[in-house]
Design a protein around this ligand. Structure first.
Ligand code: 3PG
Length: 306
C-alpha cells in the first residue's frame, strides 16, 4: 500500500532516511514529496492509502480527492491543519504523534526567552531567569518539558490546565492555578502551549497581557491564532516594558516589528519542532503508526470520531 509523506517543511535527511527504511521494511511503498505544490498534493494523494503530514493543510477538497485513503498521521502534536470532519465523513482515521517533538519546542522557548532577556545580544545589560516566575498555559507534553527545563534555571513555576489534575503538576514541583487572571498577573514570563481550537483562538489579548508584571515576556510557541493581535499590539503600545516572542510571525508582523523592534522576536518559519531529533522521532512514529493502522487498525492516538 502507498504511504505518502507530504511536507512543505522537510524533515532532516536522517529522519527521511529512517522513515523510508521503516516503510520499506513493512512491505509498503513510500512516496516522499517535499516542498510540493497543492497540485502535486492532489496528484500524489489520488492513490495513497496513508498520508503523513506536518503543519500542511489537509482540507475537505484534498480528502475528497483521495478515494483510497484510510489514515492520516500528523507527525507532530497540533492537528488544527486537518479537517477532521471531512476525514470522519470518509471513514479516515486521523492520528497525531504526541510527545515526539515536545522537547524541541520546549528548548526553543528558552532560546527565545534568553535572547529577549539579553536584549537580543545588543550589548546592553539584560536580566536573568533565576528566581523569576514562569506561568505555563496548558500542561501537556510541551508544558511539562518547559517546566523540567525551567527548574534547572531556578525559576518558580505555575501552570494552568483544566484537563490536568493538580497532583500531576504538584508532583513536578509546579503550582496548579485555576484562573487565567492569576497566570498573567503573577508571572514575569507566560508561555503558551494551548492548541488552536474554537475556544482558544483569539483568546489572549489586551486585558490579559495588561495584567502582566513589569517587564513581562509573553512566549508563544503554540499557534499564532490564539493571539488577538490587535489587543496585543495595543497592550505593547501602552506598556513599553512588555515583550513578545513567537515561534512564527503574526499576521501583523510588519506593524509589530516596525513599532516595537527591540521588544518582539518572530521566527520566519515555525521552528519549534525543527530539529533532527524531533524530525526523527515524529517522522518514524508517524510511519510506524500508519503501518500499524493499515495492518491491523491500530489507532491509539486517534483524534477524530469514526
Ligand atoms: C506541532 O504541532 O507538532 C508543532 O507545532 C510542530 O509543527 P511542525 O511539524 O509543522 O514543525
Amino acid at each position: 500500500m502507498k504511504i505518502l509523506v507530504f511536507t512543505e517543511k522537510p524533515f532532516a535527511s536522517a529522519a527521511s532516511k529512517a522513515i523510508a527504511e521503516t516503510v520499506n521494511a513493512s512491505g509498503n511503498e513510500l512516496e516522499l514529496v517535499e516542498y510540493g505544490t497543492r497540485e502535486d498534493f492532489f496528484k500524489a494523494i489520488a492513490d495513497a492509502e496513508a498520508l503523513i503530514v506536518r503543519s500542511d493543510k489537509v482540507d475537505a477538497e484534498l480528502i475528497d480527492a483521495a478515494p483510497k485513503l484510510k489514515v492520516i498521521v500528523r507527525a507532530g502534536a497540533g492537528y488544527d491543519n486537518i479537517d477532521l470532519e471531512a476525514a470522519s465523513r470518509h471513514g479516515i482515521c486521523v492520528m497525531n504523534t504526541p510527545g515526539q517533538n515536545s522537547n524541541a519546542v520546549a528548548e526553543l522557548v528558552f532560546g527565545m526567552v534568553i535572547m529577549m532577556c539579553r536584549n537580543q545580544y545588543n550589548g546592553k545589560s539584560g536580566s536573568e531567569l533565576k528566581g523569576k516566575n514562569l506561568g505555563i498555559y496548558a500542561y501537556g507534553q510541551v508544558g511539562r518539558n518547559v517546566a523540567r527545563i525551567a527548574k534547572g534555571f531556578g525559576m518558580k513555576i505555575e501552570a494552568l490546565d483544566k484537563f490536568v489534575k493538580d497532583e500531576i503538576m504538584e508532583a513536578d514541583g509546579v503550582k496548579p492555578l485555576h484562573d487565567i487572571k492569576e497566570l498573567f498577573s503573577q508571572n514575569n514570563f507566560v508561555s503558551l502551549h494551548i492548541p488552536a481550537t474554537s475556544e482558544t483562538k483569539q483568546s489572549i489579548g489586551y486585558d490579559l497581557v495588561m495584567m502582566m508584571p513589569q517587564n513581562g515576556v509573553l512566549i508563544n510557541t503554540a499557534r499564532k491564532e490564539v493571539i488577538n493581535e490587535e489587543g496585543l499590539f495595543k497592550a505593547l503600545q501602552e506598556r513599553p516594558d512588555l515583550r513578545y516572542v513567537s515561534d512564527i510571525k503574526p499576521d501583523m508582523s510588519e506593524e509589530f516589528e516596525k513599532e516595537f523592534a527591540s521588544r518582539v522576536f518572530f521566527t520566519p518559519k515555525k521552528m519549534g519542532a525543527q530539529t533532527a531529533e524531533a524530525n526523527f522521532n515524529a517522522g518514524v512514529a508517524a510511519a510506524e503508526q500508519s503501518i500499524a493502522y493499515l495492518k491491523n487498525g491500530w489507532n491509539k492516538f486517534q483524534v477524530n470520531k469514526l
